[in-house]
Design a protein around this ligand. Structure first.
Ligand code: ATP
Length: 289
């Protein structure tokens, strides 16, 4: 495609996708407070549910993505309605207004693991990382029991809230890891599918590879392995100028954690049969400490 035409298309998409301003009220109930982020198929806002006087999340199907974005948002709404779990935001309403489709849901509390690690510089010991993955695996297990796979279990899609010290409080930087009273939320079911469901045929050139991942629990187990690696790397300090060596050499782990990671990532050992087996393994490892 010629460069000028491409530029024109991008300008049009930016204009179509310009975020709604703070103060705008959607569905006579949700007042936009701020834009949280723009994803590939949606714009997400933090808003106030005027009926309940509480904060909520509002996701708008990205106008430039047309019918595909609307279909994904409808699917996500249907899934959130069926996934009844305290760690998964509940759907509040699907709204059509001024030709735009919106999904209002509960606002998950806390900050994403991505911000926790990269912005707040938090580090995890092996035990803390295992404990966090255990909590997260319980949530993912609920998704599987309900007949779905999330297919996007990554650090930007997991929010953590500490029970005893608030984020941003003066002493919070000193606190690392994850304790039993802390809570997690799993968000962004935009890529989730029913177990065994074939990939969605969305006619878009910039489709994420994850959209084509097999809709099997094994995909989420693999992602949990990658997420565990991220947490473990939070306390890794490479020596200046040292070449990259891969996690097996770079991280100092117990043999049990190493074996579990290999099984989750599919590099060695029998693959885990599902979340229940992962929970059993994690419980054994944590009890032995
Ligand atoms: N229910 C929610 N509660 C709290 N924060 C949320 C909620 N839903 C989304 N967010 C936040 O809103 C921001 C934008 O999310 P969104 O899912 O629209 O896009 P993304 O995750 O950045 O991109 P993509 O969907 O392409 O992966 C993220 O920072 C996310 O943490």
């Amino acid at each position: 495609m010629n460069r000028l035409l491409l530029q024109g298309k991008r300008l049009l998409a930016d204009w179509l996708d310009r975020p709604l301003r703070g103060g705008v009220i959607v569905g006579r109930r949700y007042r936009i407070d701020e834009l949280l982020g723009i994803g590939s198929y949606g714009l997400t806002y933090r808003c106030t549910d005027l009926l309940r006087g509480r904060p909520a999340a509002l996701k708008q199907a990205k106008p430039s993505k047309g019918a595909a974005a609307r279909e994904l948002l409808r699917r996500e709404a249907g899934m959130l309605e069926r996934l009844d779990h305290p760690a998964i935001p509940r759907a509040l309403a699907l709204l059509e207004e001024r030709g735009q489709l919106f999904l209002a849901s509960e606002l998950a509390a806390g900050v994403t693991l991505e911000d926790w690690i990269f912005e707040q510089g938090r580090t995890f010991s092996e035990a803390e990382a295992l404990r966090l993955v255990r909590s997260l695996a319980e949530i993912v297990g609920h998704v599987h029991k309900s007949g779905y796979v999330h297919l996007d279990v990554r650090i930007p899609n997991v929010l953590a809230k500490l029970s005893s010290s608030e984020f941003g409080a003066p002493n919070s930087a000193a606190r690392a890891g994850f304790a039993s009273g802390d809570s997690l939320s799993l968000i962004d079911f935009g890529l989730a599918r029913r177990i065994g469901e074939p990939p969605l045929a969305l006619a878009s050139a910039d489709e994420h590879d994850r959209r084509r991942a097999p809709a099997e629990p094994a995909s989420d187990l693999h992602d949990l392995g990658e997420l565990l690696l991220f947490l473990l790397y939070s306390s890794y300090e490479p020596a200046p100028g040292a070449p990259e060596r891969g996690w097996e050499e770079e991280l100092e782990l117990t043999p049990q954690a190493r074996r579990l990671l290999r099984r989750l990532l599919g590099s060695d050992g029998p693959p885990l049969s599902g979340v229940p087996e992962l929970l059993e393994e994690l419980d054994r490892m944590l009890a032995a400490r």
